[in-house]
Design a protein around this ligand. Structure first.
Ligand code: NAD
Length: 303
């Protein structure tokens, strides 16, 4: 019997009508959670609405003996979504910010609307739902937020300047909010999944779609969502049964005597400045950078 059960825990899952979100909703309901199935029922580009998409997921969960309610608001109205969960179940324990759309187009052809719609759904949606649940988590001194980024955001992807920007912003959001949650036992993490859903079905083969089942994403989400987990501020790649953690890496760098700091000096030291083979470190906060800078201030002001 697994220790990872969620009996009576209240989950809010955004974009839970299809793909990853639908799988999470069914998975966590089976593990005992009460699930708020948020789903606008939009097409892949974020156009249109269809309440039957959320209703179907709720119906399936109930037919299998689980507890769920539907909510049809866009994630931009996070306060309505969290209120619906509190009205139905009294509280919220876990928020999975998962809703997503695509508006892929090369940068030369990208319209302002392509940028705004992507940011409204992914970044503002993540902010609005998290902000609405935050007072509940602070009061309870407990809560988990799992945000959804993407390899496109972590590494950049052609034709996805809008989506990549929104998705890396989501991890910035995670890192900052995790720091704010530390004193109140609130954990915030990012996943960067790869899964066979309508988002990827046009670019991947049938074999790959099957190997990239959402079933191989949900266990990591369960680990991060469980009350026993203290992990926070992390970014995890997950797909096809592979899971890894990402972090920043900094070169040893070079400290200059200010009088000798010129573009020519930088050019001749470029290999050292960018050398990842030497002494390097793995910064986790701005203080890790300030340490090096203050060290150099001291050297320059005492010499
Ligand atoms: P999907 O299209 O199957 O599901 C996303 C759901 O979000 C849809 O049902 C959609 O209607 C809903 N949605 C869209 N806008 C919404 C809004 N404003 N409010 C509420 N719901 C809304 O996609 P998926 O592949 O399951 O993607 C889930 C998340 O994972 C997304 O954030 C996506 O960017 C991310 N992601 C997916 C992959 C992948 O390989 N599938 C890769 C990287 C990141």
């Amino acid at each position: 019997m697994s220790a990872y059960t969620f009996e009576g825990k209240v989950f809010v899952i955004t974009g839970a009508g299809r793909g990853l979100g639908r799988y999470y909703a069914q998975y966590f309901a089976k593990l005992g959670a009460k699930v708020l199935v948020n789903e606008i029922g939009a097409d892949l580009h974020g156009e249109g609405t269809d309440p039957s998409i959320a209703d179907q997921v709720v119906k399936d969960i109930k037919e299998n003996g689980g507890e769920a309610v539907a909510n049809y608001d866009s994630v931009e109205f996070g306060d309505k979504i969290i209120k619906a969960a509190v009205d139905a179940f009294g509280t919220v324990d876990v928020l999975i910010n998962n809703a997503g759309i695509l508006r892929d187009v090369s940068f030369a052809k990208m319209k302002e609307e392509d940028w705004d719609k992507i940011f409204a759904c992914h970044t503002k949606g993540t902010f609005m739902c998290s902000r609405a649940v935050w007072p509940i988590f602070r009061e309870k001194k407990a809560g988990k937020i799992i945000n959804t980024s993407s390899g496109a955001g972590l590494f950049g992807a052609f034709g996805q300047v809008n989506y990549s920007s929104a998705k890396i912003a989501i991890h910035g959001f995670t890192m900052a909010l995790a720091k704010e949650g530390e004193g109140r036992n609130i954990q915030v993490n990012t996943i960067a999944p790869i899964a066979g859903t309508r988002m990827t079905e046009t670019v991947l083969s049938k074999e790959l779609i099957d190997a990239l089942s959402p079933a191989y994403i949900a266990p990591l989400v369960a680990y991060l969502a469980h009350e026993s987990t203290e992990v926070t501020g992390g970014a995890f790649e997950v797909g096809a049964g592979y899971i890894s953690k990402l972090r920043w890496q900094r070169t040893e760098g070079k400290q200059y005597d200010w009088k000798k700091l010129t573009p020519d000096a930088i050019a001749s030291d470029w290999d050292q400045i960018t050398n990842f083979e030497g002494e390097n470190d793995y910064p986790e906060s701005l203080n890790d950078t300030l340490f090096h800078m203050m060290n150099n201030v001291e050297k320059n002001t005492t010499s």
